[in-house]
Ligand binder design. Structure first.
Ligand code: TIU
Length: 231
């Protein structure tokens, strides 16, 4: 077991039972010229999470921690997209409409892809999810159960939408979640800050909040120990 410094308190975790879950680091949300920016958002807020995610991903891989990537998106015929989700926002800029990087939030389109900085390696779990939460209507729960996962380190976008929904789903399922605060981001900085506080408030009502530096300290120790064992 290793100790991760976090709020509301440090948490002892078993890295063999831990997964790094990176939520929806997709081109359409993060890249200039994507759907997020077309809606008038400043993608600069989201891009601040890229470097911490890259560092966490490298360290998790080196430590042998299970890595899970998620993408939000729908089937091209939108048969898995409820009207309640599609029928919002300005006409012409809704799910399935032609966006600057292909059809908005449709699987297979350029904007739906993960940003190249965080491209999955062959063999890493890539979960395509139709909702905000990564458990709803996906195989994530089965993958985590088969691997005996109990702890999730979570980063990605956006903090108050897909990260929060996933952490809430995970908390109800009994997972202990550590949100890597600086590896998450929102188009609304005040929502980001408040969403993090909402996780760790009330004794950690949804989980723990830490940051990439404090999590890296633990992952790098494990990575080095693994290197030493292999030598
Ligand atoms: N991934 C995710 O958070 N999807 C969103 O739609 N987020 C917004 O903040 N809109």
């Amino acid at each position: 077991m290793v100790l991760v410094e976090a709020e509301p308190a440090a948490l002892s975790i078993d890295l063999a039972r831990t997964a790094l879950v990176l939520i929806d680091m997709q081109r359409d949300f993060l890249e200039p010229g994507g759907f997020g920016e077309a809606l008038g958002n400043d993608v600069g807020h989201l891009r601040r999470a890229i470097a911490p995610c890259v560092r966490l991903l490298a360290a998790a891989r080196a430590a042998g921690v299970l890595v899970v990537h998620t993408r939000e998106g729908h089937r091209p015929d939108l048969s898995d997209a409820p009207p309640a989700k599609v029928e919002r926002g300005p006409e012409g800029r809704r799910i399935g409409d032609a966006g600057p990087m292909g059809r908005i939030l449709v699987r297979g389109e350029p904007g739906h892809q993960l940003i190249p900085e965080l491209a999955p390696l062959a063999g890493e779990a890539l979960i395509d999810k139709p909702g905000k939460g990564a458990f709803y209507a996906t195989e994530l729960g089965a993958i985590l159960e088969r691997r005996g996962i109990e702890y999730l380190v979570v980063g990605g976008v956006t903090t108050e939408v897909c990260v929060h929904t996933t952490v809430r789903e995970a908390n109800d399922r009994g997972y202990r979640c550590i949100v890597a605060g600086d590896a998450c981001a929102s188009y609304f900085p005040e929502f980001h800050e408040t969403a993090l506080r909402m996780v760790s408030a009330q004794g950690g009502i949804f989980g723990w909040v830490s940051d990439s530096a404090r999590i890296l300290a633990v992952l790098q120790q494990a990575g080095e120990a693994g290197d030493a064992a292999r030598r």
